[in-house]
Design a protein around this ligand. Sequence first.
Ligand code: SAH
Length: 230
Amino acid sequence: MSYAEFHSRRDGLDNQARMRKRMVREQIMARGITDENIINAMLAVPRHLFVPEAFRARAYADTPLPIGFGQTISQPYVVAVMTAALEVEPGARTLEVGAGSGYQAAILAAMGCVALGIERSPELYRQTLARVRSLGLSSKIHLYRGDGTLGLPNAAPYERILVSAGAPSIPAPLLRQLAEGGVMVVPVGEKRRKQRLIRTRKIRGKYISEDLGAAEFVDLVGDYGWQSES
Ligand code: SAH
């Protein structure tokens, strides 16, 4: 590597970190997210490595981006809102349904969660598995391929469950796999791409839900989700 190349690579790295800082300041903190653990995780996780090369320059922009196969990585602010809604605690066993690029799972892992992610698309699953390995995250993020509306019964219960796609109703198997005292967050809507973010707690065997506001996610497709892609 030449001297000039070395410096341009180093500047490239610094530049990503700079853009990440700016993203956190302008999109996350400015909109009222104050949890330091979330802020630190978003400063640490290299989002540009979770988007396709063609979109890398926009990795820190205030927008969702395509990740292929008709799917998207959520806008950074939405990831922060979902993470805050989940009331993440270090060490919590956390199931993410709709792992997509793995970015949300990487945020959870950076916050000290044991993250188990399920992804329906075989291609995305393979890509994301390779990404998790190359980033050295295999011990913190465990990826599975399958219909996440069924949860992952073998490793249940989960202290936290996050559904990263829009469901017509809360999938019953996920309720069953929520631990006592656990928290689950699911975008629920009878119309596609138009949901309410519903947080459900399991308290002494009872499920108590609250509406956290509007959401707009791609379809959760599966036995306990939409029957086909829109
Ligand atoms: N959290 C992801 C983005 C999620 S996009 C990220 O950080 O990149 C929603 C994802 O849910 C898509 O990848 C889609 O393939 C997946 N999905 C849809 N239905 C699913 C199901 N039943 N089980 C698992 N994944 C599903």
